[in-house]
Design a protein around this ligand. Structure first.
Ligand SMILES: N[C@@H](CCC(=O)N[C@@H](CS)C(=O)NCC(=O)O)C(=O)O
Length: 200
């Protein structure tokens, strides 16, 4: 299998962390692509030219990080990242909440690629308001994070480190002590260390 990624992408990072947490490094080849460059390798796997994309051994491909992570989770019995039985829904609820915050963060960030005169500040403000409200809800969930690694934890950690990387002005630690206390331990995991975004 080939997992297409670029180092700054938080969505691709979710998939990379998941592959490592599941112990799939022997089965998954990480392939560096440029999603903004009409990269033929990526386009063959994902006509929408977004990462991550996962080319399967049978030649077909999966797109979208949520689907790719769910698929990777099925490939090894160890560490079921989506839990089992009823706990699945709480894990998925928090996973999708953290991912929705990430969507808002990336949307806010994308405005900075526009020439300054056509940036839409009310749109950026709307994304920041969504991030603020989402973090309040996520802070409650973080109080229940236990030792079991879950997709909710992976998504939360990748999202928070994306805020640090691209939107440090959110200063999210100031108002979210449970998340702030939890992140360093999770970030020290091998999967997170190996997938750090670039520093610039
Ligand atoms: N919902 C998608 C979002 C993926 C996404 O937007 N990836 C960005 C990089 S962070 C990308 O490939 N952008 C290229 C583009 O929009 O053309 C997922 O979860 O995989």
């Amino acid at each position: 299998m080939k997992l297409m990624y670029a180092p700054p992408s938080p969505f691709a990072r979710k998939a990379r962390v998941t592959a490592i947490e599941k112990g799939l490094q022997e089965r998954v080849e990480f392939v560096l692509v440029n999603p903004m460059g009409d990269d033929p390798t990526l386009l063959a796997a994902n006509p929408i030219s977004k990462i991550p994309a996962l080319e399967l051994d049978n030649g077909s491909s999966l797109i979208d990080s949520a689907l790719i992570c769910s698929y990777l989770d099925t490939l090894a019995d160890t560490n079921p990242l989506l839990g089992s039985g009823d706990e699945t829904w709480e894990i998925q609820r928090v996973t999708y909440l953290a991912n929705a915050i990430l969507d808002a963060a990336v949307a806010a960030r994308m405005e900075w690629f526009r020439p300054e005169e056509i940036r839409w500040q009310p749109w950026v403000d709307r994304q920041h308001a969504a991030i603020t409200r989402g973090l309040v809800e996520l802070e409650k969930a973080a109080k229940d994070f236990g030792p079991q690694v879950t997709m909710a934890q992976i998504t939360t950690a990748v999202m928070l480190e994306y805020l640090d990387f691209r939107l440090p002005e959110t200063n999210w630690r100031d108002n979210h002590p449970a998340l702030a206390a939890w992140l360093p331990g999770f970030s020290s995991r091998e999967s997170m260390q190996q997938t750090q975004p670039p520093t610039s």
